[in-house]
Design a protein around this ligand. Structure first.
Ligand SMILES: [Zn+2]
Length: 284
């Protein structure tokens, strides 16, 4: 038996090979390394799987070393493979997610780019059906390419990153500056849907930066399919009507005419699914 696990800041999501799913809430002890590793070990061993794919948010090497995780700082510096066993294979969550989306919704794509908007901005790449993971497992950190020198502060500590304009914290920051109100991203989106002018304005700003960032990555990768996902990306889909056309009009004709863009419906187990598929095919 093989399973895929998605380790996020709030939940541990498990997809078993037979299609059964499990969710464990870990938010309340996410700062407790001992408890976190305890539940992770239990979940990994449950059912005695031969292999486990583990998708982790953050900078995680292919040999399992979690260098830095913004959502799970308690695990910074932990070698997950050493803790969990040699049959556990570790991936960046969005790299795994890209493989999950590709295998569920875009198997015909040869040059597939996945952009996930959420708390941060992550990406993954699948080329000729194979994951592109990079030399150390951290390929496609395009959320940290600089769009504006000296711009807004990013979660990574740098300034002007794409993520600093296209993420839930960017939306919350911009809305607070404009309206004086501290709301969560989903509340800002709700207000925008009700016609609130400030909320609409900050979403428009996010969209502008999304278009420019997408143009950059399309010029670099020349994909045939671009999928947008992540909780924020999907909940903003109503405001992204015409996105493909807008991006295309900014690109050079050759890469601009080569891609199609869609919003992924792969769902909340997509990263677990990608991790499961990656170990099933032995891509690590
Ligand atoms: Zn950054």
């Amino acid at each position: 038996m093989i399973k895929g696990i998605d380790l996020g800041g709030s939940y541990l999501k498990v997809l078993n090979e037979d299609g059964s799913k499990e969710i464990y809430k870990i938010r309340e002890f996410k700062n407790d390394r001992h408890r976190l590793l305890g539940i992770l070990k239990d979940v990994v061993k449950n059912g005695h799987p031969e292999k486990v794919g583990l998708a982790v948010a953050g900078f995680v090497s292919l040999d399992g070393y979690l260098q830095k995780s913004p959502n799970l700082p308690a695990l910074d510096g932990v070698n997950l493979k050493k803790e969990l066993g040699e049959n556990v294979f570790i991936f960046n969550d969005v790299s795994a997610g890209a493989y999950g989306v590709w295998s569920s919704e875009a198997k015909d794509s040869r040059i597939f780019l996945f952009i996930a908007l959420g708390t941060g901005l992550g990406a993954g790449f699948v080329i000729d059906g194979k994951p592109f993971l990079g030399a150390s497992g951290s390929a496609l950190e395009v959320g940290h390419h600089t769009l504006r020198v000296g711009g807004e502060r990013c979660s990574c500590g740098r300034r002007g990153c794409w993520e600093a304009y296209c993420s839930s914290y960017a939306l919350e920051r911009d809305f607070k500056i404009l309206s004086g109100k501290a709301l969560e991203a989903y509340e800002v989106i709700k207000l925008a849907k009700a016609g609130d002018r400030d909320a609409l304005k900050v979403i428009k700003r996010l969209r502008r930066y999304l278009v420019i960032g997408l143009m950059n990555v399309i010029h670099i990768f020349n994909p045939d399919v671009v999928a947008i996902g992540g909780g924020l990306g999907i909940s903003l889909a109503d405001f992204f009507v015409g996105l493909e056309k807008d991006v295309r009009s900014r690109c050079e004709a050759l890469p601009g005419n080569a891609f199609k863009l869609f919003f992924s419906r792969c769902g909340q187990f997509c990263m677990a699914k990608g991790a499961l598929e990656l170990v099933r095919k032995g891509y690590i």
